[in-house]
Design a protein around this ligand. Structure first.
Ligand code: SAM
Length: 280
């Protein structure tokens, strides 16, 4: 069953949270807005989340129309544009979009990307309905109070038969969920969603974080799409005290584990549920 824990949370609370600290903004110590800064943000993001390029398959979208929901500061956005896609990128956070726009300028990609500050639950009220070849959303809709409204928007207004939907949502049976409950949850399993939201992001206290199983994500996507691929990835292995100093030292228990075993665990207990579906 899908959780309805956060349905009463206001979208303004969500917006304020992401404006206070746009996602990945501290991935570099270089001066914000410079080429060096953006290059370092990308390097760190794909170092820590190396499964993203294989999931997004940026090079497949040359000459295609891509709608990105929740672009944040635009790391993946730039790579769709670099690959030659025509990109529409939306986000709720104006502060994130300022950086994403600057990034497009710095890399000479502004003519390939249209940015909009919108609540994706009401997407068609803000951007003209048109059909996209790919709708991509990485780590976003589980932070919105009503993720099903975003899917409905996409299905009704922004895909044609055969369009692809690529979604990453958080996985409920992840190692990270177990870790959150063991280190913070005080055994309060009945408050699982609240504890996950509290500790899901780099900045504590995220107002909304849902998590899904392979079954509940299928229910979320609904009848309009056929799921083509559905797998989990990503266990964050680094020691936080080093990671915040831009040093990459693994936690001792991950260090002693053979890499092959770690990869198997990531595929069973990863935090990122990566779903590719085709619109019917
Ligand atoms: C974890 S960040 C991911 C950003 C980006 N996809 C990335 O991987 O770097 C989540 C983003 O979702 C955006 N977001 C959350 N709810 C949204 C909504 N209803 N409409 C549009 N964007 C939303 C936030 O503003 C934030 O930038």
């Amino acid at each position: 069953m899908m959780s309805s824990e956060f349905v009463e949370t206001s979208i303004t609370q969500v917006q304020d949270y992401w404006n206070r600290r746009p996602c990945n903004i501290r991935h570099s110590t270089a001066e914000i807005g410079t080429k060096e800064y953006f290059d370092q943000v990308e390097e760190r993001k794909y170092l820590v989340e190396p499964h993203i390029p294989a999931f997004a398959k940026f090079e497949r979208w040359t000459g295609k129309k891509v709608l990105e929901i929740g672009c944040g500061i635009g790391t993946d956005t730039m790579n769709f544009a670099r690959a030659g896609a025509e990109v529409t990128a939306v986000d709720l956070s104006g502060e994130s979009l300022k950086l994403a726009k600057k990034r497009a300028e710095v890399f000479g990609l502004s003519d390939r990307i249209k940015f909009y500050e919108v609540n994706a639950e009401k997407l068609s009220e803000y951007i003209p309905p048109q059909k996209y070849d790919l709708v991509y959303s990485f780590g976003v809709i589980h932070h919105s109070p009503h993720p099903e409204k975003i899917i409905e928007q996409v299905r009704e207004n922004f895909v044609h038969s055969g369009s692809e939907l690529k979604l990453m949502v958080y996985y409920r049976y992840a190692w990270k969920v177990l870790w959150i409950m063991l280190t913070h949850g005080q055994g309060q399993f009945w408050k699982l969603d609240r504890w996950i939201a509290e500790h899901s992001e780099a900045q504590t206290g995220c107002p909304v974080t849902y998590s899904y199983t392979k079954k509940t994500v299928k229910d979320l996507i609904g009848e309009g799409f056929e799921i083509k691929e559905n797998y989990v990835e990503h266990i964050f292995p680094y020691r936080i005290k080093d990671y915040v100093k831009y040093q990459y030292v693994k936690e001792w228990h991950w260090r002693i584990l053979p890499q092959g075993v770690f990869r198997q665990l990531e595929k069973k207990l990863g935090w990122h549920l990566c779903v590719t579906a085709k619109a019917k």
